[in-house]
Write a protein that binds this ligand. Structure first.
Ligand SMILES: [Zn+2]
Ligand SMILES: [Zn+2]
Length: 146
């Protein structure tokens, strides 16, 4: 993932292009998303942002997160986790998911061999991209087990 300053600049440039005002609120929300390095839920982002902007509401955070998702400034980790998990890393990458604590870790695309399908069923399906999820137990949880 790129350094926060260059992400911030891209964020501001993107906002201007989309006609979104670069408000203090939006900047704080975006920076917190990037700074966690995790894949937080909108509620977890709200908790972090509230520490800096006590008057902000959860609804405002939801609304801005939705705006960021629509603008491609954020990605959803995957559509089948039950909860929305946000990803400020918009570079192509894959994920390792801890089944115990539900933390999600990035795997750079370069660390996985290119994926190819052998016999694609004739379904007319058009592939956008492959998204690989490696399920397991993270180092911290594995250590706590012992
Ligand atoms: Zn874990
Ligand atoms: Zn990620």
């Amino acid at each position: 993932m790129q350094p926060i300053e260059s992400l911030q600049q891209q964020f501001e440039a993107r906002c201007r292009k989309l006609g979104l005002a670069v408000t203090h609120q939006r900047t704080v929300i975006y920076r917190e998303l990037v700074a966690t390095g995790e894949h937080p839920t909108p509620e977890a982002v709200y908790e972090r942002v509230k520490a800096q902007i006590p008057a902000i509401s959860l609804g405002t955070v939801y609304k801005n997160v939705k705006t960021f998702l629509d603008a491609g400034l954020l990605k959803e980790v995957s559509l089948h986790h039950g909860t929305l998990r946000l990803d400020a890393n918009t570079d192509p990458h894959h994920h390792m998911v801890c089944r115990q604590c539900r933390r999600i870790f990035d795997i750079p695309e370069s660390e996985i061999e290119p994926v190819r399908l052998k016999n694609l069923p004739e379904s007319g399906f058009q592939i956008d991209r492959f998204s690989i999820e490696v399920l397991g137990v993270c180092g911290a949880c594995a250590a706590a087990r012992e």
